[in-house]
Write a protein that binds this ligand. Structure first.
Ligand SMILES: NC(=O)c1ccc[n+]([C@@H]2O[C@H](COP(=O)([O-])OP(=O)(O)OC[C@H]3O[C@@H](n4cnc5c(N)ncnc54)[C@H](O)[C@@H]3O)[C@@H](O)[C@H]2O)c1
Length: 265
């Protein structure tokens, strides 16, 4: 097993269920110190019980839509350990419904958790990572953050935003030593499907966690799975490495423009 995560300080939001819990467990197996933060007290208690023999596991009730709660956790984890290596902004909810059923309350709830939760996490982690000169932000978007299935307009809006945010930041923050990875899973068999059975093609959260950590370790920009979706989504686009090169160059040009005369345009 890789030693890349041994001793690393990691925070995983939505860390007491599904993909977040599986990522947390895989990080613990690799020797990381892992803060598992989740809104659901029930999920936190169940996870705390499950992890009681794991001295590197810390469980906390945190609502990512409350800026002071998620920022408080991030700052105290960094202060306790002298650094923060990884922030996994993973907490999220699904929203699949005909558009006529979508209310403004639905929009607010989904955007608050899926997008503002990520923004608050980045806002608190960035100054810490910038000061220390390293760090890795990992945002869970979705396949619906790169392709847009019908009946998922609200979810897609939230997840496309997460993908765009992560991609832009990745190019901009690379020179500061901060990596950004966007995770775009297809179906994973987790409680996100509620009472409905997960789709037949859904993979296990443990398998998803292995794919995610392999991509994070390689500092990939976007991790799309399953593999056939990765091929499909990227088909017809520029070669990803050409885009990467272009964007890294563009980041350099813009960074210099801001440093030299305070603006780009
Ligand atoms: N399961 C899939 O098929 C799938 C596919 C693509 C993307 N995703 C994304 O993966 C992420 C994890 O989803 P999952 O499938 O593991 O779902 P899940 O429901 O098993 O886990 C999500 C966890 O997030 C927590 N959470 C919800 N709101 C929160 C809040 N305000 N603050 C803190 N925690 C909160 C929940 O309590 C839950 O424990 C989500 O962002 C989801 O959109 C999942």
């Amino acid at each position: 097993m890789t030693k890349a995560f041994a001793g690393k300080i990691c925070i995983v939001t939505g860390g007491c269920s599904g993909i977040g819990l599986a990522v947390g467990e895989a990080l613990l197996k690799r020797g990381a110190v892992v803060y598992l933060a989740d809104l659901s007290e029930h999920n936190v208690e169940r996870t705390r019980e499950k992890m009681k023999a794991q001295s590197n596991a810390r469980c906390a009730v945190v609502d990512v839509t409350r800026q002071e709660e998620i920022a408080g956790l991030i700052r105290s984890a960094a202060a306790e350990n002298g650094r923060l290596d990884y922030l996994f902004n993973n907490a999220g909810i699904g929203a699949t419904m005909p558009f006529e059923r979508v209310t403004l309350a639905t929009w607010e709830k989904v955007i608050n958790i899926n997008l503002w939760g990520v923004i608050y996490g980045i806002d608190a982690a960035f100054p810490i990572m910038e000061k220390q000169g390293f760090g890795h932000i990992v945002n869970t978007s979705s396949l619906a953050g790169v392709i847009a299935p019908p009946y998922q307009a609200v979810y897609c809006a939230s997840k496309y935003a997460v993908t765009g945010l992560g991609e832009a930041l990745r190019y901009e923050l690379a020179h500061k030593g901060i990596a950004v990875t966007t995770i775009c899973p297809g179906n994973v068999a987790t409680p996100i499907f509620g009472d409905a059975a997960p789709p037949e093609d859904a993979i296990l959260p443990e398998d998803a966690a292995e794919i995610i950590l392999a991509g994070v370790e390689q500092k990939k920009g976007i991790v799309i799975f399953p593999r056939n979706m990765d091929t499909f989504v990227r088909r017809g686009q520029m070669h990803p490495e050409e885009i990467e090169q272009w964007m890294f160059q563009e980041a350099e040009i813009r960074r210099k423009a801001y440093a030299d005369h305070g603006n780009y345009y």
